[in-house]
Write a protein that binds this ligand. Sequence first.
Ligand SMILES: [Cu+2]
Length: 123
Amino acid sequence: MAQGRGSATLGLALDGLLAVCLLLGAADIAKAATNNVEWSFNVDGWFRGQSFHAETSTVMFNYDPSVHNVMAVDAGGYYGYRPSGTVYSSGNDHIMLGPGTNYFICSLNGHCGMGMKMAVTAS
Ligand SMILES: [Cu+2]
């Protein structure tokens, strides 16, 4: 990163701005920290149009673990229905969202191809 005269002052101003943003976002984060999903077919788009805070927002996946699971995959796994990632199978999985797009599928019995997948973007 290029640094010139006045960058220290700019840095302080940005720190202040960041603090204000964090304060303004606090109520929002508290309200939206946990997002419940009834994990089943056609859940894709459940959170469409909503914004999430990476590392503070979580998704709680509720489902019957005898017939479904949750697998965190990359974009290739999501679009290609390729099961390769971390598997969650408690039926009550609480997963923290990371920055960027978080992809989830059910890896059992071809369910991903039947719409049991979800992409959630956090920033
Ligand atoms: Cu399933």
